[in-house]
Structure formats: structure tokens, C-alpha cells
Write a protein that binds this ligand. Structure first.
Ligand SMILES: [Zn+2]
Length: 406
């Protein structure tokens, strides 16, 4: 084990995700809203990232990696230099101004201009998974609200509104699929576009007490409304989405959003194309964000108990937490067997008490705890317990692989 869990949570932690992620050895806070991802945390982050990547690729997204450090000029071209209050601005030693990316319209639009000349070059959807920066006044919600955070942002370009809206709907469905795969129930709210656009947008909200948004949601469909923005609905009103159920109140965290950017950025950067009729036209642009680190925080807020985190199987840092209780040869054999079966396993062979090892296993929260002890071997095998269950059972080595490999 490279990182040993802490006996007590950090004193400054105000949220469950901050407390458990630090205590379990997933992250360390460098300053408010800025975190180091330790080996366990990085494994989880990469898994979330890959689920997002698979679904973006599935709807035709082309992955690139755009820079974090931006020249001031592009932000002045779009008007964001003066209007985006959370933009981090820096001055170099030669007196030049720069910004740290909080979004990438200013980079992707001039970039796409190089690859789009004709209507035949459209539609196009470009995305990346990159660190973003926001000059937040307050950043005390663990990795839910970072000054530096990992985000997937995609930008699409279309010849007409109809084609854009078709893709917008595909992206919305891909988002709902991503959150389902991550074990979250996301609801979609239509919202005003804020500083991004003048048009309608979708926010993806996950129900959690750690969230900052007050919403009304429906159990029968994915509809919800953010009552901080729109106050025309009340608790108990009929859901306008499906008409079947009534609206219930909840706190929620915004984990994703989709904006119709219209032609704001394509006009600012003069990204145009020649249409079939020979005329110069501007494409319609959309942007699609998912907060990857924030989503990880929301998952911890949802999947935990008084002992620690309970990761969903597909994003757990390891599938198996293997605890050796003074049976080094057998433990080593089983550890190697699991690795050969391509099962991710963490071996705890430290010379500490069984109780401490069990407490750490609960804190880290891998789906299966497997214990190899004199007692288990005498009973014919190893002791296995799911993190979410109370009872353990003894199984043979062969059964172990079948159980875990499922
Ligand atoms: Zn409904």
C-alpha cells in the first residue's frame, strides 16, 4: 500500500467527499479548491474519464488536447477577458497577459477554422479532457468546487439549427448514459445560458445533500427544475416533463451542462464555411461539459457509510482489497492468481492488527474484501465479503475467482 489511510479526517473538511477522500488516501489538498490526486484517487479518476471518453467517442466526438495557458488576445476577441469574473489572469515577466483556461471556445473555434472550409466539412464535434481553472471566491466543498478541476468539454459545429438540435439530443442521451454508468441518477433542467450564451441550455443535476442547487424533480422521468433560477413551480405540482408524477424538492449538484452557443464564437473568430449554394455562412455551435473531478466527489457523497467509501464496481480503485493475516505464502499465491486473471487487487500485508486492516479496507471502499488467515485456510479457503454487505463467507480459491470475475 503506497498511501496509508489516516486515522482521523482532516480538520478543515466540511463535506463528506473532502473528509473521506483525504482520509482514505485518494487526494491531498494543496490549498482550498486545489488537490493532488494520489495513486488510488488517480485510478478512480481515470476510470470515470474513460467512461466519459467512450460515450463521447460513441457519438462521434474527436478527442484532442488543447492547452491550459491561453494568450489574452483570444479572450479579448470573444469579450471574455472583461466579462468572465472567474477567469484567472496572469502577467508574464515580459509584461504580456495570459489567461488560464476556464473553457475552450476561444481555442477550439480558431482551431476548427483551419479544418472547416466547406459544408462538406460539417458537422464536427471536438472534445478534450483537461484541467480547468476558476478564480472562485469560495472553494470549500472538497472536489465538488475546485479552483482547478478536470473537465470534459466538447464543442460541435453544424450547418443548420436542425442538425445541431439532433446532435444536442444525442449528446443529452449520452450524458444520461454516462451518469447511469457511474451509478448516479441525473435529472435535466432547462436553464438560462449564463455568461456562455443567450439561448436555452441543459444542466445535469445529481440529487445529493452536498449540492448547492435547489431543485424540484420527478421520479418518473428525467425532468427537474432549478428553483433558484425559475420559481414558477412548487413542490407537489404536476411534472411538466411527463405529466404523470408530482415534483419533489431536493438539493442537487450540477455535474454537466450543454449550451447552444448559436453563432457568438464563430462570428467573433470568423469561422465560416461555403455552403452548397456557394454562399459564405456561419455554423451553429454547441458546447457540452462534464465536471470529471466534481462527478467523482458526487459519487463519494452518494456511496458511503459511517465506515468509509463504497465505490461502485466499475470505478473502484481496485476490485479486491486482499488482506493477509500472517499467511504470506498463500496470500502471495492468491494475489498473483488474481493479477493473472486481470483482476485489480490491492494487497495489504502490513504488520498491523487485523482490526486496523479491516477499518482501512472499509475506508478505501473496494467492492470485495478478501481475508487470508489461519482460520480461513483451516475452513478450506479465503473469507470474502462485499463492502456493501455485513456477512462474510468462506470460499475456495476456485470459487473466489468465479465470484469476483463475474
Ligand atoms: Zn416527470
Amino acid at each position: 500500500m503506497m498511501v496509508v489511510p489516516l486515522k482521523t479526517p482532516p480538520k478543515d473538511a466540511e463535506t463528506v467527499n473532502h473528509k473521506l477522500l483525504v482520509q482514505g488516501g485518494f487526494v491531498r489538498q494543496l490549498m482550498a479548491g486545489v488537490y493532488t490526486y494520489l495513486p488510488f484517487g488517480l485510478r478512480v479518476l481515470k476510470k470515470i474519464e474513460n467512461i466519459v471518453r467512450e460515450e463521447m467517442d460513441a457519438i462521434g466526438g474527436e478527442e484532442v488536447l488543447m492547452p491550459m495557458l491561453h494568450p489574452a488576445e483570444i479572450w479579448k476577441t470573444s469579450g471574455g477577458w472583461d466579462s468572465v469574473d472567474v477567469l484567472f489572469k496572469l502577467k508574464s515577466r515580459t509584461g504580456k497577459d495570459y489567461a488560464l483556461g476556464q473553457s475552450q471556445e476561444e481555442v477550439v473555434t480558431p482551431l476548427t477554422k483551419e479544418f472547416v472550409q466547406s459544408y462538406r466539412d460539417l458537422p464536427r464535434a471536438v472534445y478534450h479532457i483537461q484541467w480547468k481553472f476558476r478564480d472562485e471566491l469560495r472553494a470549500k466543498s472538497g472536489i465538488l468546487r475546485g479552483r482547478e478541476f478536470l473537465m470534459k468539454d466538447m464543442y460541435s459545429f453544424h450547418t443548420n439549427q436542425e442538425d445541431f438540435e439532433k446532435f444536442y439530443e444525442e449528446a443529452k442521451q449520452a450524458y444520461l448514459k454516462i451518469f447511469r454508468r457511474l451509478g448516479l441518477t441525473a435529472k435535466t433542467t432547462e436553464a438560462s445560458g449564463g455568461s456562455f450564451s443567450e439561448k436555452v441550455s441543459y444542466e445535469f443535476e445529481v440529487l445529493t445533500d452536498a449540492g448547492e442547487a435547489n431543485i424540484l424533480y420527478c421520479d418518473s422521468c428525467d425532468y427537474c427544475v432549478n428553483i433558484d433560477d425559475i420559481n414558477t413551480f412548487r413542490e407537489g405540482d404536476t411534472c411538466p416533463g411527463c405529466g404523470k408524477d408530482t415534483l419533489k424538492p431536493s438539493l442537487a449538484a450540477e455535474v454537466g451542462n450543454i449550451f447552444d452557443l448559436g453563432q457568438k464564437y464563430v462570428r467573433a473568430f470568423d469561422l465560416s464555411y461555403i455552403d452548397a449554394d456557394g454562399q459564405k455562412k456561419y455554423p451553429i455551435m454547441g458546447c457540452y461539459g462534464i465536471g470529471v473531478t466534481r462527478t467523482m466527489g458526487v459519487i463519494v457523497e452518494k456511496y458511503n457509510d459511517e465506515k468509509g467509501i463504497m465505490w461502485p464496481d466499475n470505478i473502484a480503485p481496485f476490485k479486491v482489497h486482499l488482506i493477509d493475516l500472517r499467511q504470506p505464502e498463500k496470500s502471495s499465491e492468491i494475489y498473483k492468481g488474481l493479477l493473472e486473471a486481470k483482476i485489480e487487487v490491492l494487497l495489504d500485508d502490513r504488520d498491523i492488527s487485523p482490526g486496523e486492516k479491516f477499518a482501512d479496507a472499509d475506508l478505501i471502499g473496494c467492492p470485495f474484501r478478501v481475508v487470508i488467515s489461519e482460520k480461513s485456510l483451516a475452513q478450506g479457503g479465503v473469507e470474502i465479503k462485499r463492502r456493501s454487505e455485513r456477512e462474510s463467507k468462506i470460499v475456495s480459491q476456485e470459487e473466489l475467482l468465479n465470484l469476483i470475475g463475474e
